[in-house]
Design a protein around this ligand. Structure first.
Ligand code: 5AD
Ligand code: SF4
Length: 510
């Protein structure tokens, strides 16, 4: 059985992946009407990534020559990076990007299933494409990502949206070329969804968005089974990429001139648990050695297993940026337990204290859910007080959204929508005031910014980020993109800081 030490639920015989899942079931049977909850079998973690690496030789038939594609991406950075990989494969097949839905030969929805409103939006957009498909039967429509992993979504496609040509899951991305080839000859929707992760396919081509910052996957899937979350079911169990593959990709990116990399995983600080030879701190040190890279970021961390070694490594490695996204979800212990988060409020606050002591300039951001089943006003007040105590730089706040197949849907006492909306508003007001106060203190400071390119909202100015991930807008010549610069903060706001170029720093990197 698992035991609680230092407020964290740990396994007493080292890591056993099923224990986490078992804990979910304990929470369920203690607090909910405990009907049978289907256990998704967890594969033997001793199966190494080396064994799991694909033996596939991917073919890229040139069926896209003269054709265009459009990918609409929803959800997290993991999805955005999957889109870069799919765009890379399409490029290999001859496709070029379309300027809009009207001139696209292939439209793909790369979807998110974390909250219901994201799903509604996708179905709405697909519905609007029906006339286009009727006008141009050659148009290929696809649906990929987390929604495709849900059987209810696949049934819905078959029933209501049969004009979608291909539906493929998060484990089937590498099959896009063959699916497109099949779609040309098929009258019916082709479904290709593996329920569980199969091989990890290395070295797929990628089209990366811009030339300064790049994402690098280090880990896929999640074993945490938070009771509200669909990710363990849509992305499968945690699998770490081999460190040498990660480092090789980062070296290649440095060679191509990228200055900043973000290591991606659902729980990056669990990296390597399955490999048993390295942990996340070791990987960070290896990546920190890569010449040419100026900044290293990572997301998402989990408060669970955020070790002292990791804190020390972040503090010591010069390239690791001072920003940690550390989702807390709630400030109340009863809610945290029902969420199966595996830590307490006290543990979280202690962890924040340790991080701030070791990395004094660190910027902390978080995710918070309000209206989780059983959350009373008093419990919500604990979340507000935690937010005031920690003073996060920013928080992504959500109303709990029941996801079919997750344990929390079985909890009684769901919070009425109006109540949840009201809590969300109060939480946002509290956090925004704190974000603004923190930013206001930066007025007149000169900060180091990595210049990324044009601002997304105003093409007349450039944007860049401070090491702590805060967005800065300023005027500067275009040829400074990709360089580090000192910027004086003139006008701090809640979400961004407006500044003035002081000097471009020496040519960095390679
Ligand atoms: N309802 C609301 N928010 C959710 N998240 C995950 N699942 C749900 C859900 N069912 C939020 C969590 C997570 C972030 C990515 O999305 O806060 O950290
Ligand atoms: Fe979902 Fe994150 Fe919990 Fe995993 S750790 S189950 S991805 S909320």
């Amino acid at each position: 059985m698992s035991e609680v030490r230092d407020g964290i639920i740990r396994d007493n015989k080292g890591i056993d992946f099923n224990k986490l899942h078992e804990n979910t079931l304990n929470v369920l049977s203690a607090d909910a009407q405990s009907e049978d909850f289907e256990l998704i079998p967890v594969k033997d973690p001793r199966q190494t990534m080396e064994e799991m690496k694909s033996k596939y030789a991917i073919r890229f038939p040139k069926i896209g020559v003269g054709k265009t594609y459009l990918i609409k991406t929803y959800g997290c950075q993991m999805n955005e990076h999957d889109t870069e990989i799919m765009a890379g494969m399409l490029r290999e097949m001859g496709y070029t990007p379309a300027s809009g839905v009207d001139d696209a030969d292939f439209i793909l929805f790369n979807t998110c299933a974390v909250r219901e409103n994201a799903e509604d939006k996708v179905f709405g957009e697909i519905g609007r494409l029906k006339p286009l498909k009727r006008k141009n039967p050659e148009l290929i429509l696809g649906l990929s990502g987390c929604m495709a992993q849900e059987s209810a979504v696949r049934e819905m496609v078959a029933k209501t949206y049969p004009y979608i040509d291909i539906v493929f899951g998060t484990h089937n991305i590498h099959q896009l070329p063959e699916l497109l080839e099949q779609a040309k000859h098929s009258q019916e929707t082709i479904f290709e969804v593996w329920e569980q992760a199969g091989e990890v396919v290395e070295n797929l081509p990628k089209v990366r968005e811009h030339g300064v910052r790049a994402w690098v996957n280090i880990q896929y899937g999640c074993n945490k089974y938070c009771t509200y979350c669909i990710v363990p079911y849509t992305r499968g169990r945690e699998r770490s990429r081999l460190p040498e593959d990660v480092v090789a990709e980062v070296r290649e990116l440095a060679k191509q001139g990228y200055k900043e990399i973000t290591l991606l995983g659902q729980n990056v600080n669990d990296y390597g648990i399955d490999l048993k030879t390295v942990d996340f701190a070791d990987l960070l040190r290896m990546v920190n050695e890569v010449e040419g890279i100026e900044r290293i970021r990572f997301t998402t961390s989990n408060p669970w297993n955020f070790t002292d070694k990791l804190i020390e490594t972040i503090a010591k490695c010069d390239k690791i940026a001072e920003h940690i996204h550390l989702p807390v979800q709630s400030g109340n212990n009863y809610v945290l337990r029902r969420m199966n988060r595996g830590y307490t409020r006290e543990y979280y606050l202690e962890l924040v204290g340790k991080i701030r002591q070791a990395i004094p300039d660190v910027s902390l951001t978080t995710d918070i859910i309000v209206g989780f089943p059983g959350e009373t006003e008093e419990m919500f007040q604990d979340t507000l007080s935690l937010v005031r105590e920690v003073r996060f730089d920013n928080a992504y706040t959500f109303i709990y959204s029941p996801r079919k197949g997750t344990p929390a849907t079985r909890f009684r006492d769901q919070v009425p929508e109006e109540e949840a909306k009201d809590r969300l508003q109060r939480l946002m007001d509290t956090q925004y005031a704190i974000s603004k106060e923190i930013n206001m203190k930066m007025k007149d400071q000169v900060v180091e910014v990595l210049i990324e390119g044009e601002s997304k909202t105003n093409p007349d100015v450039l944007q860049g980020r401070m090491r702590n991930n805060k967005l800065v807008l300023f005027q500067a010549p275009r040829d400074t993109v990709g360089k580090l610069a000192n910027i004086r903060i003139m006008e701090p706001q809640t979400w961004l800081l407006k500044g003035e170029l002081v000097e471009v720093l020496e040519e960095v990197g390679v």
